[in-house]
Design a protein around this ligand. Structure first.
Ligand SMILES: *[C@@H]1O[C@H](CO)[C@@H](O)[C@H](O)[C@H]1NC(C)=O
Ligand SMILES: *[C@@H]1O[C@H](CO)[C@@H](O)[C@H](O)[C@H]1NC(C)=O
Ligand SMILES: *[C@@H]1O[C@H](CO)[C@@H](O)[C@H](O)[C@H]1NC(C)=O
Ligand SMILES: *[C@@H]1O[C@H](CO)[C@@H](O)[C@H](O)[C@H]1NC(C)=O
Ligand SMILES: *[C@@H]1O[C@H](CO)[C@@H](O)[C@H](O)[C@H]1NC(C)=O
Length: 316
């Protein structure tokens, strides 16, 4: 299974499951929200929520950039941590400034800086832990190297770190082909290329039927899906997976680094191979967390939270 298919499934899941992720439906079963608000940072206002009390544990979302996907796990872990979730800038409720302009040539660095600003704003009195998944794991690798005084533990979950892999050239070409399709004929068609190119067995006949399904961008299935997809395609589809990574520099911080993959993720997938490669390079283990690429949502979320708590306990 390719990273593209997995990112695609992330969207599919959000589209098909958004109703079960609403705050209203979960507040009765989990910890209550502790704080919510906006943090003004250079060029953006970041929407965040926190749950519980204890050491700060910050989650960084992947392709969809949205806080909502973490809410179930945040509520489970709230008994032991102050869990913070947020929308990355430009996604969902985190809006961009009209006057503090974006510098997209350093967007990754800005994303990492946002996480650091948020951790400091939440007034942790020691050091924080951050977990970034998928594109957010690329952000986490940047956090690792830049904000080690804030984040002593950086969990990199399923990073699509394509450039460090031996088949980087092919993976890069595939990624560029999806982007070209999106620019030429739009997002639903680019999604079609995802499925057709990387998962030929999938049912691509649903494309173009006009039905409410994972291949369409139908806002009835989630308020932010359209804007988030657009922003991700334009600003991250190429930039984050194709980010140049320097393993020599990452090694300097490897004592803070935790490499994690999903128990159900195929070892042949690029984001799994990236962590296997970093583990062997740095002499680290790869921690297994429940579920696949998006194990923190759906049926595996309770087990994911337990697995993550176990990983964190080992470091205390
Ligand atoms: C510091 O943080 C710990 C847990 O993170 C908390 O229990 C404690 O009350 C905090 N202390 C202060 C002075 O804020
Ligand atoms: C954007 O960031 C790049 C890289 O740091 C820098 O060279 C460039 O001058 C910046 N552009 C603006 C408009 O600030
Ligand atoms: C790259 O793709 C080409 C065409 O599909 C294939 O023949 C080649 O083996 C691939 N190379 C690697 C390193 O995966
Ligand atoms: C594929 O999707 C179409 C349209 O939803 C459906 O009619 C068809 O039965 C599906 N085929 C398979 C093999 O699932
Ligand atoms: C990685 O960074 C180091 C400096 O820390 C530099 O010497 C080296 O050339 C870099 N490697 C690559 C491939 O850019």
């Amino acid at each position: 299974m390719s990273v593209f298919r997995l990112i695609f499934y992330l969207f599919l899941f959000i589209v098909t499951s958004s109703s079960s992720l609403s705050l209203t439906s979960l507040t009765s079963t989990g910890a209550a929200i502790s704080t919510t608000g906006y943090l003004i940072v250079p060029g953006a206002s970041l929407y965040y929520e926190t749950y519980g009390a204890g050491p700060l544990l910050l989650f960084v979302s992947g392709a969809n950039g949205d806080a909502d996907i973490w809410r179930p796990v945040a509520k489970i872990l709230a008994s032991n941590y102050r869990v913070a979730i947020y929308d990355r800038r430009g996604f969902s409720r985190s809006y961009l400034s009209a006057t503090g302009l974006q510098n997209y040539t350093q967007r990754l660095q800005t994303d990492a800086a946002d996480a650091n600003h948020l951790a400091k704003h939440l007034q942790f009195n020691g050091t924080a832990t951050v977990l970034g998944t998928s594109s957010g794991a690329i952000v986490a690798l940047e956090i690792l190297q830049t904000y080690s005084s804030t984040f002593k533990t950086v969990i990199v979950h399923e990073p699509p770190a394509l450039t460090i892999l031996p088949d980087a050239a092919n993976l890069t070409a595939q990624q560029k082909s999806i982007y070209t399709t999106y620019r030429a004929v739009g997002i639903p068609a680019a999604m079609y290329v995802f499925a057709q190119t990387y998962d030929p067995a999938s049912n691509t006949t649903r494309i173009g039927t006009g039905s409410v399904d994972g291949f369409t961008i139908d806002s009835r299935q989630g308020n932010f899906i359209s804007g988030n997809l657009q922003y991700w395609f334009e600003r991250e589809l190429l930039q984050y997976p194709l980010q140049g990574l320097n393993l020599t520099n990452i090694r300097v911080y490897s004592k803070n680094l935790v490499l994690a993959v999903g128990k159900d993720t195929t070892p042949e997938s690029p984001q799994y191979r990236a962590n296997t490669l970093m583990a062997s390079t740095f002499g680290l283990a790869v921690d297994m967390l429940a579920g696949g690429h998006v194990g923190y949502i759906g049926d595996t979320r309770v087990e994911f939270a337990a697995d993550l708590a176990g990983v964190l306990a080992k470091r205390e």
